[in-house]
Design a protein around this ligand. Structure first.
Ligand code: HEM
Length: 394
């Protein structure tokens, strides 16, 4: 019998700072059977915490994303529609081909001036106030404005969308999670209907509705809803946490903050080290063993679910020496914050551009930036890593 480690036993301390627990698990071995903390406390799964094993698992085709191959349906797929993170090749290859062109480094680079203008506009509104919650005033509005503009989501809808979206990725209870998915499904159906009626608008969602792929391929209505869901949610919830964690960590490391201020060319390195040290996605989304396999010598049975620990892997001392140390001068190459393999983050170039622009502009325009009290609660659940609020003054 495999020992099951109950992550719920570590209580709230695990939510605030899971790294010591992951470090202890890594010392015991690269793969563990765990029971998740609330609100997923009913769920047992395999958790991969070693870097090499995590990287291999992310690219292992025997670990399926499409739960229907072993009779599992996810809430988002059931209530909203199929999307990239619940499909495997060849369906995944087909869906990804329909959107990948919009997110290449070159296409994203064209957004640079607009991202800079949105960033400046947010700071114009925030800076005269002298103090603010950085999440509310800056880290959240920036990526949600960018992704909503890109997709063509009207401004009026964004506050309500934010509530549903955060509850879907970091639910406070199973009921509220279900409710958020039901409301998101209704919201996206309405949004797509409105776009269909509105005619061409030059945005990505409109393009996806109207245009066919090179081989005449089109998204079905459920695929369209799934795609809109994934792009909107993955396109901002994560970047919020990258910006707020980067600012929080830099403010807690004055020496490195001073180095970045003295040489803004180091902003890119600070963003990469934040991704490695406090990555916004704590664990990758579920994978399922489509056939029996071994990970790090541990037998996994067909149908078992597997969580790949991205933040755990990125603090593996065999890969990143002194992993708990935040060090903007270290070699961060190979970090797994954006995943690995065919599901590697589609939005990585966009996320990097937004975070680099945000940090560079903020440090430039708020030279006396400081913490204004402790940060808010860390998000619940095992998917996202970030704080709900970050009080700062300048
Ligand atoms: C700092 C910000 C971000 C982080 C840390 C991040 C992280 C990740 C990770 C770890 C995955 C793989 C999940 C898995 O294999 O289970 C992923 C996939 C994905 N991300 Fe991101 N992401 C970020 C920003 C974005 C943005 C801005 C977009 C906007 C388009 C985006 C869109 C996607 C999509 C569509 C996928 C699914 C790709 C596929 O299955 O082929 N992400 N992201």
């Amino acid at each position: 019998m495999t020992d099951v480690i109950d992550l719920g036993e570590f209580g709230d301390a695990f939510r605030r700072d899971p790294h010591p627990v992951y470090a202890r698990l890594r010392e015991l071995g690269p793969v563990h059977r765990v029971r998740l903390p609330p609100p997923d406390a009913h769920h047992e799964t395999w958790l991969v915490v070693g870097y090499e094993e995590a990287r291999a698992a992310l690219a292992d085709p025997r670990l399926a994303k499409d739960g229907s191959r072993i009779g599992v349906t996810f809430l988002d797929e059931e209530l909203i529609g199929r999307h990239l993170l619940v499909t495997d090749p060849p369906q995944h290859t087909r869906l990804r081909a329909l959107v990948s062109r919009a997110f290449t480094v070159r296409r994203v680079e064209e957004l640079r001036p607009r991202i800079r203008r949105i960033t400046d506009g947010l700071l114009d509104a925030m800076l005269p106030r002298g103090r603010a919650d950085l999440v509310e005033s800056f880290a959240h509005p920036l990526p949600i404005t960018v992704i909503c503009e890109l997709l063509g989501v009207p401004e009026v809808d964004r506050a309500e969308f934010r509530r549903m979206s955060t509850e879907a990725v970091a639910p406070t209870s199973a009921e509220s999670e279900y409710d958020a998915f039901v409301r998101l499904a209704a919201y996206l159906t309405g949004l797509i209907e409105d776009k269909r009626c509105a005619g061409p608008g030059g945005d990505l969602l409109g393009d996806l509705i109207r245009t066919a792929g090179e081989d005449g391929d089109r998204l079905s209505p459920r695929e369209l809803r799934g795609m809109a869901f994934l792009l909107l949610i993955a396109g901002h919830e994560t970047t919020v946490n990258l910006v707020s964690s980067a600012v929080l960590t830099l403010l807690r490391h004055p020496g490195q903050l001073a180095a970045v201020r003295a040489d803004p060319g180091l902003v890119d390195a600070a963003v990469e080290e934040t991704l490695r040290h406090e990555g916004p996605v704590e664990n990758a989304t579920y994978r399922y063993a489509a056939q029996p396999l071994e990970i790090g010598g541990t037998p996994i049975e067909k149908g078992d679910s597997v969580l790949v620990g991205l933040t755990a892997a990125d603090r593996d001392p065999h890969r990143f020496p002194g992993p708990d140390r935040f060090d903007i001068h270290r070699d961060t190459r190979g970090h797994l914050a954006f995943g690995h393999g065919v599901h590697y983050c589609l939005g990585a170039p966009l996320a990097r551009l937004e975070a680099r622009t945000a940090i560079r502009t903020l440090l430039d325009r708020a030279p006396d930036l400081a913490l204004d009290g402790p940060p808010g609660d860390w998000l619940p659940g095992v998917l996202m890593r970030g704080v709900r609020s970050l009080p700062v003054r300048w």
